[in-house]
Design a protein around this ligand. Structure first.
Ligand code: ARG
Length: 462
């Protein structure tokens, strides 16, 4: 057992099946840079408070940098017997500098070490996802100019409802993703707190300086209770939730565009570079990327569930179960990252099929609500106006015409207050133009919102 850092008390060797079962280095090796950064900060603090000498600190730092390079160049011999990334790095450090390396773990436990690594990793991952979301928002806003005058049928219950401007649809996604950015920022606040110094669960009798470590690592504060610190994984469950929310938003968009790309809708043409074919039906061009963005959302939701169940009823402080936090979290991050990477170019490169959209706008009496609101402006009570327009739509349906094709005499017969000005609100263009409330699809409102989004995105760093 001499090769195990914790082997002193053991008389028997570890069963090799147990080594295979308990190891995490196969998946936590991706924490290497965060682990090394944490160790360098920790060593710096140890030197500052006099627990190691300045020279020992320098040796540790140098050796850790060497190990980092070795890992990055692919030459580092990861060993399953050494369990995890922390022990692999520490053991390599001791191989290089002997007893000085044996001092690094002073006043530290793997419990506060792994928590720190995870906080550093989540902090970085939040930054990456945030940048990708901004890219996606840029893609949506980037379309707004060219699509400014495109009117789309808006749906509720998947039934044609009211006309909306295409940029209004694009910005609806920007808003959802902006809320996700808010969630990321919020999650970052609770993530960016230092765990190191909690040691195993009780803190330490050694004269450490936790604020110093926090400052070296760019944390905004220090966890206040060592028992809580050792077992807290709230921050990463939160991140998994935000990733699930982002995946949900991507899935909504993917679903909409899959439907719009069908021959039945034919609203848009997906770039062929983002489609794949069928092995049996030669004519097919399938929206597989969108389908997989939608499909992978299931995994991301599942991972959140896994993490919530993992911590459910777990005793306080560290329990080995917590090692299982990594695969689902990493998977959620990788999945959402990959989806966002494809979403932005798909949004930018997809073409709207304007003639097909325009041709269908006349169906479905999309202007009925605008007509009703026109009647309300003539001081006809809403319920009366609703019923009246309902009867006019019935008339149009029976005759197979649009509302604007109904002759003026029929309108006048429907209500004494009606005159020729009724035609000013009929037709989808008029109907869209009539919208003026804040956040509505009216052209002035949408123009304002596009402007607001352009300003917001140009104020956001590249
Ligand atoms: N590989 C472990 C994990 O990811 C590191 C912490 C191990 N701590 C311990 N006391 N065995 O959770």
């Amino acid at each position: 057992m001499a090769d195990k850092a914790w082997g002193g008390v053991f008389n028997e060797a570890t069963d090799s099946r147990v080594e295979g079962f308990t190891e995490s280095v196969s998946f936590d090796r991706r924490l290497y840079a965060h682990d090394i950064a944490g160790s360098i900060a920790h060593a710096g603090m140890l030197a500052k408070v006099g627990l190691i000498s300045k020279d020992e600190c320098r040796q540790i730092e140098q050796a850790l940098e060497e190990i980092r390079r070795e890992i990055e160049q692919g030459g580092f011999p990861f060993k399953v017997e050494l369990e995890d990334i922390h022990m692999n790095i520490e053991s390599a450090l001791i191989d290089r500098i002997g007893d000085v390396g044996r001092k690094l773990h002073t006043s530290r436990s793997r419990n506060d070490q792994v928590a720190t690594d995870m906080r550093l990793w989540v902090r970085e991952a939040i930054g990456q996802i945030d940048e990708q979301i901004i890219e996606l928002q840029r893609a949506f806003v980037g379309r707004c100019g060219a699509d400014a005058d495109v009117i789309l049928p808006g749906y509720t219950h998947m039934q044609r409802a009211q006309p909306v401007l295409a940029p209004h649809c694009w910005l609806s996604y920007c808003e959802k993703f902006q809320r996700d950015r808010g969630r990321l920022a919020d999650c970052r606040r609770r993530t960016n707190i230092l765990s190191l110094g909690a040691a195993a669960l009780a803190g330490t009798s050694l004269p450490i300086d936790r604020d110093d470590v926090a400052e070296r690592l760019g944390f905004d504060g220090v966890m206040a209770n060592s028992i809580d610190t050792a077992g807290d994984r709230d921050f990463l469950v939160e991140f998994a939730f935000v990733l699930a929310m982002i995946a949900e938003h991507l899935s909504t968009w993917a679903e909409e565009w899959i439907i719009w790309s069908t021959d039945e809708f034919n609203f848009l043409k997906l770039p062929q570079a983002f489609c794949t074919g069928s092995s049996i039906m030669p004519q097919k061009v399938n929206p597989d990327v969108l389908e997989l963005i939608r499909g992978k959302t299931a995994r991301v939701i599942g991972n959140l569930q896994t993490l919530l169940v993992l911590i459910k009823g777990l005793p306080q402080a560290y329990n080995r179960d917590l090692q299982e936090d990594k695969p689902p979290l990493f998977d959620s991050f990788d999945t959402v990252k990959a989806s966002l990477e494809l979403a932005a170019p798909l949004v930018a490169d997809t073409e709207l099929n304007r003639p097909a959209i325009a041709e269908r706008l006349n169906r479905g009496h999309l202007d009925a609500t605008a007509l009703m609101e026109y009647l309300i402006r003539l001081d006809i009570p809403q319920r009366t106006a609703h019923a009246l327009v309902g009867r006019l739509v019935r008339k149009a349906l029976d005759r197979g015409v649009r509302l604007k094709d109904i002759p003026i005499d029929d309108f006048k017969a429907a209500h004494a207050k009606l005159d020729e000005s009724v035609y000013d609100v009929l037709g989808v263009e008029h109907s869209v133009a009539a919208m003026t409330s804040y956040g509505s699809t009216g052209p002035d409102q949408v123009k304002e919102q596009v402007k607001r989004w352009k300003e917001r995105l140009s104020a956001t760093k590249e």
